[in-house]
Structure formats: structure tokens, C-alpha cells
Design a protein around this ligand. Structure first.
Ligand SMILES: Nc1ncnc2c1ncn2[C@@H]1O[C@H](COP(=O)(O)OP(=O)(O)OP(=O)(O)O)[C@@H](O)[C@H]1O
Length: 258
């Protein structure tokens, strides 16, 4: 019975900013242990959707359930606790420049007093090793790291509390193609090892196919297609095909004056 319950279930989710409709009736089930990729043009609402699930944006209507619990009707305290159970890798890694790497990695654990500083430092070394970094990197500052190393540290921070749910926002943006593939490999390994449910948003089709089991495309506030990530390049859907192949001509017209 419980195993049939999706880890994340979204129903009829709407969100507008002023007169601008960004999410216009999103329905989505993400089964436990699935890695789900969301694609869509710039400004199509991918980040807003993730931020709604994180509880950082309150939608206008609809429901978002995690393990069957509607987070939109939960108390602020409960919502914050649920947010703490989600690991997030931000687009630019979003590290705190003033903190050494080990404190960046264990920031959430220290903030929630789940570890004392000496334990946190040791724990950071273990997690850094899992993302292919020498534990000594823990004593460096973010400005001393390459972009690829910063992404690894961001990934280490996302997995430090062994979350049930992982979100990846443009995990390969700004990386060379080989480093992008390396980061994707680490993401796949981490998700598998933790048995987590993952949602990634990306414009990188190679990455989407490497990390995703399932995929969906967001267009004009709605999920217009869903299918296996492996079929992204030959989905049979004219809009998805135009997007994934980067064609100027097709049913999607660019609205340049937004
Ligand atoms: N807090 C906000 N207030 C007003 N408008 C917002 C806010 N957050 C997002 N938007 C608008 O919502 C729309 C969707 O933004 P969002 O960041 O989700 O797009 P995206 O699909 O993630 O784009 P990209 O791929 O370029 O990152 C945009 O038009 C954006 O300007």
C-alpha cells in the first residue's frame, strides 16, 4: 500500500506573480527512488516549481504532498522540518565564501545542531571523499576552488544529511562537457547510494539523459509531455523535439519581450 504512494505528488498547482501566470495546473507524481528531470525554456517556471516544493514560494492553489502529507497545509515549523529533509544543489553551488569548505558541507547539520563542530569536520571529510575530493579540501575556502570542485562541494553539502529527496538546479551549467559528465556520474552514484528521490532541472540534454529516469517538459505553465528520459531526443512530441534539438523553427515561438 505505502510503496504505491508517490514520494512527491503535485495536484493542480497554480502560481501567478501579478498578472503573470507561471504555473497553470501542474500535476506530477514522482515515485520513490525515481530520478526525475524537468526541462523547459528560460522563464518557463522550473525554478518556481522547485521553490514551491521546497516551501519557499507559496502557490495560489493546488496541493503538494511529500509521503502523502500536504506541505501547503502543514505548520510553518513542519514545513521547515520537511525542507531540512531535502538536499539541494544550487545552480552556482551557492557556497558561503566566508566559510571553509568543511563548514559549507556541514552547514545544515551544524545549524540544526545535529553535529558538534569536531564531528562535523570529520563528517565533512567523509562526504568530500564520496564526491571525489581529498578531505584536506575541507580547509580551503570556496574562492580557492575551480568551478568543478565548487560543484562537488555543493553536491557534498546536498548529501551531507543523507536526505530522502535531492534537488539539482542546473547541475552542469558553467562546466566543461567532461566535468559535466563527471558531476552527473557523481549525482547518479549519490542518488543510488542514498536511495533518494531526485528532481533535476536542466537545459543540458546530455545531462538530462544521464541523470534522469523520467522526464517532463514545462511549457506555458503546464507539463505538456512526460516520458522516459532516454526518449528526450526522440519523444515524438513536436514541442519537445524542437526544444531538445534546439531548432528555431517549430511550434514553440520565442517571446523575446518578457
Ligand atoms: N519572486 C518572483 N516574483 C515575481 N516573478 C517571479 C518570481 N520568481 C519567478 N518569477 C517569474 O516567474 C517566471 C518563471 O521563472 P523561473 O525562474 O521559474 O524560470 P525557469 O524556468 O527556472 O528559467 P531559467 O531556465 O531561465 O532558470 C519568470 O517570468 C520569472 O520572472
Amino acid at each position: 500500500m505505502t510503496s504505491a504512494l508517490p514520494k512527491i505528488r503535485i495536484r493542480d498547482l497554480h502560481k501567478s506573480f501579478g498578472s503573470k501566470k507561471v504555473l497553470d495546473g501542474i500535476n506530477l507524481d514522482v515515485p520513490q527512488g525515481t530520478s526525475f528531470v524537468i526541462i523547459g525554456g528560460s522563464g518557463s517556471g522550473k525554478s518556481v516549481l522547485l521553490r514551491c516544493i521546497l516551501g519557499l514560494i507559496i502557490p495560489d492553489s493546488g496541493s503538494i504532498e511529500i509521503d502523502g502529507e500536504n506541505i501547503l497545509t502543514a505548520t510553518d515549523k513542519r514545513r521547515e522540518a520537511l525542507r531540512g529533509e531535502i538536499g539541494m544543489l544550487f545552480q552556482n553551488a551557492a557556497l558561503f565564501d566566508s566559510l571553509p569548505v568543511w563548514e559549507n558541507v556541514t552547514f545544515g547539520l551544524l545549524a540544526r545542531k545535529r553535529l558538534k563542530r569536531p564531528e562535523a569536520r570529520d563528517h565533512a571529510g567523509t562526504i568530500l571523499a564520496q564526491v571525489g575530493l581529498d578531505p584536506s579540501v575541507g580547509d580551503l575556502y570556496p574562492s580557492e576552488l575551480s568551478g568543478g570542485m565548487q560543484k562537488r562541494v555543493g553536491l557534498a553539502r546536498a548529501i551531507a544529511a543523507t536526505p530522502d529527496i535531492l534537488f539539482f538546479d542546473e547541475p552542469t551549467t558553467g562546466l566543461d562537457p567532461i566535468m559535466g559528465a563527471v558531476i552527473d556520474g557523481l549525482i547518479v552514484d549519490c542518488v543510488k547510494k542514498l536511495g533518494s528521490t531526485a528532481i533535476a532541472i536542466t537545459h543540458d540534454m546530455a545531462s538530462a539523459q544521464r541523470i534522469g529516469d523520467e522526464a517532463a517538459m514545462l511549457y506555458k505553465g503546464q507539463l505538456i509531455w512526460q516520458g522516459p528520459a532516454s526518449s528526450l531526443m526522440n519523444s515524438g512530441n513536436a514541442m519537445v523535439d524542437q526544444f531538445t534539438h534546439g531548432r528555431r523553427e517549430g511550434p514553440i515561438t520565442m517571446e523575446l519581450r518578457k
